[in-house]
Design a protein around this ligand. Structure first.
Ligand code: NDP
Length: 335
């Protein structure tokens, strides 16, 4: 079958496209301009016409995906702003919510062939102010409505991280609402994936470390900065998340479900411990930190990923493999 992947030039989506192609699917990658698709075109030349581009200049525009959805069997919607550099809540909420409902509306109107839609949501839509004295384990029944409330109350004054998290909660809720409201008219069912921080090698277009997407930029900083604590301390490898996107299409029982897609909790030190010794200071570019100090760390919030293991058959990579592969990726780029 043919799968439409939105935001195809992004960090996660490039892996989703590659994993779909490897699994035998044809892929239509939606990007904002021909130019933004050039790297993908080149990377996937060997797949011939099994990989094509669709240009969708503005996902906020009414009917933006009307052409792009035509003739596809499934949709993986990943396009959504993931950055913290605007103070205007609308810069997060607008594209996240309207992009999601827009692609669903286009599918409803113009793609009776679609059987399943997968939305790349986030653990940001799960983890709110769930902090208590004890360790709290969250599952697919939990929602982050706290960030939504905060942004409603404070607007521009809310932390930008909460604007992002609110955008993910509201976009996912909008997707489920759309499905409920159009149950009898749609030919497809919905799967939402909720990954925490996504880490691992990059295959999308990158010109410099500064151009890294938000999660990998955190890792880049963590590998060079003593005692760095940025990012939520829960993670999944990008290749495992891509696998989850493919299994969400190939697993009939996944329909109508959301899945936490997570390896577990980490300290940045755990990844530092996985970097080959020869690449660490003083000879290499990466810091050593305090080896082993992440091992006995405690975490206030954990995620229960057992549903993804049970239903999607997920098995998650560990820190050592991811650290090693990321360092090899950067080395190959000369960073
Ligand atoms: P990237 O920034 O690498 O990719 C984001 C993609 O979305 C790009 O293709 C980008 O297009 C597109 N996009 C963003 N804003 C807009 C907009 N206003 N209009 C049209 N397209 C837009 O991020 P990731 O790959 O990390 O994120 C992909 C998805 O995964 C997102 O939905 C994100 O919320 C989710 N996610 C990511 C996590 C992570 O740690 N990386 C964790 C949990 C969820 P362009 O390049 O043209 O800007």
């Amino acid at each position: 079958g043919k799968v439409l992947v939105s935001g195809a030039n992004g960090y996660v989506a490039a892996w989703v496209v590659r994993t779909l192609l490897e699994a035998g699917f044809s892929v239509r990658g939606a990007v904002r301009s021909e130019e933004k698709g050039a790297h993908l075109k080149k990377m996937f030349t060997s797949y011939g016409d099994k990989f094509e581009l669709a240009v969708v200049p503005d996902i906020m525009k009414e009917g933006a995906f009307d052409e792009a959805v035509k003739g596809v069997d499934a949709i993986e919607h990943t396009a959504s702003p993931f950055h913290f550099h605007s103070d205007d809540p609308a810069d997060y909420l607008g594209p996240a919510i309207n992009g999601t409902t827009g692609i669903l509306r286009s599918a409803l109107k113009f793609a009776p062939t679609v059987k399943r839609v997968v939305v790349t949501s986030s653990a940001a839509a799960v983890v709110g102010n769930h902090f208590t004295q004890a360790v709290t384990t969250l599952s697919e029944t939990d929602w982050n409505d706290d960030s939504v409330k905060l942004v409603e109350e404070k607007g521009r004054e809310a932390p930008n991280g909460d604007k992002y998290r609110a955008s993910k909660t509201l976009a996912e809720r909008a997707a489920w609402t759309f499905v409920n409201e159009h149950k009898s008219a749609i030919s497809w069912d919905l799967v939402c994936l909720n990954p925490p921080l996504v880490l691992g090698p990059t295959i999308h277009e990158l010109t410099s470390p500064d151009a890294l997407n938000t999660s990998m930029h955190l890792m880049y900083t963590a590998f060079r900065t003593p005692d760095f604590t940025g990012g939520i301390p829960l993670w999944v490898d990008v290749r495992d998340l891509a696998t989850a996107h493919v299994r969400s299409l190939t697993t009939p029982e996944a329909g109508g479900e959301r899945f936490i897609v997570s390896r577990g909790a980490y300290k940045w030190q755990d990844f530092l411990d996985g970097i080959p010794a020869s690449k660490k200071s003083p000879s290499g570019p990466y810091i050593t930190g305090t080896p082993g100090s992440g091992k006995n760390a405690t975490f206030p919030i954990l995620l229960d990923a057992s549903k993804s293991e049970r239903v999607l058959g997920m098995r998650y990579r560990g820190v050592d493999e991811t650290a090693r592969d990321v360092v090899a990726d950067w080395e190959a780029r000369g960073w």
